[in-house]
Ligand binder design. Structure first.
Ligand code: SF4
Ligand code: SF4
Length: 452
């Protein structure tokens, strides 16, 4: 006879076996990720769970057996139940108006004191002069006088930025062949597959809107040039930044990685642009320092992610730990159908980890505000850039601490699934992230090969 006691005993063994194995696997995965703190916590949990289940099993107490056999499953159902969320919304409103590239800090920083551009810009924007002059007096990005100067790391980052510049002659050229007719859907599928082979994570296609484009260019020889909408489509893609390098932010490895991935994104972009020209159509690659558009906005509309509290694109797999490349063209493409994932901004509402860890206090910790027709957070670009000019790197601490930056493996995919589905899960995910990975970034040992 199959008794109730035997049944509940078996159920308890199955439950214990499943959950203890899962926690053990999570612990092993955490050690593999070099997250020793999370690994040890989870390993301790394995022993605590084992002890607890053995205690309950040998106690023979039927109500306790039922509670320990059933409650873990109920908790899982509760946590992953799709509730309390408007997690998928429509694309939402477009921003009103365009950004003038001359207003962004990279352009302002390049203005030479006393030059005609300098005089003109600050006669039109006198409120920005004092803080910009202060910023210019700081050592600057990759300067030997900066706080985190490291001759090898900074030379490596500079080398990648130099390599990006070498791509510039290839970014904007006329078509090189007669037009070939390709079915739009087939072309989109081919592009997505090929981009992955070139090392991109994800690729999306959207209609190019005027609001995506800068109103005027703000760099070097293009300074003051009006940006015309020349193309119908924008192809946006992401490349991953290495976690081990970004975890060292704001030290040199972060800027090495950032520069290296700008180069990677640039090389993919010029190849896609050249490919489209081979098919007989104009195409422009938008690469670091030579964007005619606001890349995170285009990537968001192409379905690659959402803009988070820190103002960067948060992708589904690697969070903000990506760089974006864009190619624009008028060749007919199949636009991607985009459903926005509002769980990202709902999670940002609770999280604030980037704001709490920003060394420049540049990220707002309050609610989203209505800016140019859309609700969003806006970072203080002056404070952020000032910090870069002191540190000498492009910082990246906000990227390093973001819970979405964890690697794309089964452990974090499970967490992201919960975050997407359930408001309750989002609430507990933040304190759990603090518990496993600490509220403040853990100081990491320098990488041996960088400091031989
Ligand atoms: S890059 Fe650094 S300074 Fe800038 S917003 Fe992020 S954490 Fe703050
Ligand atoms: S750290 Fe938190 S608040 Fe900041 S962008 Fe990432 S999820 Fe959003």
């Amino acid at each position: 006879m199959f008794s109730m006691g035997l049944f509940i005993g078996l159920l308890l063994i199955i439950t214990a076996g499943f959950f203890v194995s899962a926690v053990l696997l999570f612990s092993i995965e955490s050690f593999r990720e070099n997250e020793a703190r999370a690994g040890w916590i989870l390993l301790s949990a394995v022993f605590i769970l084992l002890a607890l289940y053995m205690l309950v099993f040998f106690s023979g107490n039927i109500p306790a057996l039922w509670i320990f056999a059933i409650s873990p499953w109920l908790i899982m159902i509760l946590l992953f139940w799709p509730a309390g969320s408007n997690r998928e919304g429509d694309k939402g409103p477009d921003p009103r108006g365009q950004i003038d590239e001359r207003d962004i800090m990279f352009s302002r920083r390049l203005l030479k004191e006393g030059s005609r551009r300098y005089r003109k810009y600050y006669s039109q924007n006198p409120e920005k002069k004092e803080s910009d002059d202060r910023s210019r007096a700081k050592p600057g990005l990759l300067s030997p006088r900066s706080q985190y100067y490291h001759p090898l790391q900074f030379a490596a980052a500079n080398a990648s930025f130099t390599a990006v510049e070498a791509l510039v002659p290839a970014i904007d050229k006329p078509a090189t062949a007669e037009k070939v007719k390709i079915e739009a859907a087939a072309l989109s599928t081919f592009l997505k597959g090929w981009a992955r082979k070139l090392g991109a994570l994800d690729l999306g296609i959207t209609l190019l809107k005027t609001e995506h484009l800068y109103s005027y260019r703000g760099r070097e020889h293009n300074y003051g040039k009006k940006v015309d909408k020349r193309h119908k489509y924008a192809i946006a893609f992401t490349v991953e930044m290495d976690k081990e390098m970004i975890d060292r932010a704001p030290l040199g490895p972060a800027v090495m990685e950032s520069a290296g991935r700008y180069m990677h994104a640039g090389s993919v972009a010029v190849q896609i642009a050249a490919f489209i020209r081979e098919l007989g159509y104009d195409a422009t690659a938008h690469i670091d320092g030579h964007y005619e558009l606001v890349a995170p906005l285009v990537a968001r509309d192409a379905g690659l992610g959402e803009i988070g509290r820190m103002g960067l694109l948060i992708t589904a797999k690697e969070g903000p730990r990506v760089r974006i490349g864009v190619v624009t063209t008028s060749m007919e493409m199949k636009e991607d159908t985009v459903k926005r994932d509002l769980s990202v901004t709902e999670f940002c509402d609770i999280c604030k980890k980037c704001a709490n860890n920003c060394p420049a206090a540049a990220i707002p910790s309050g609610e989203q505000k209505m800016i140019n027709g859309i609700k969003r957070w806006q970072i203080n670009q002056e404070k952020c850039y000032d910090y870069w000019c002191i540190a000498g790197t492009d910082c990246g601490r906000c990227i390093a601490v973001c819970p979405y930056s964890h690697p794309d493996n089964y452990l974090h995919r499970l967490v992201r699934l919960g975050v997407r589905r359930s408001a309750l899960f989002r609430k507990i995910a933040v304190p759990l992230d603090d518990f496993f990975y600490a509220k403040k970034p853990i100081s990491r040992k320098p990488l041996k090969w960088m400091n031989p």
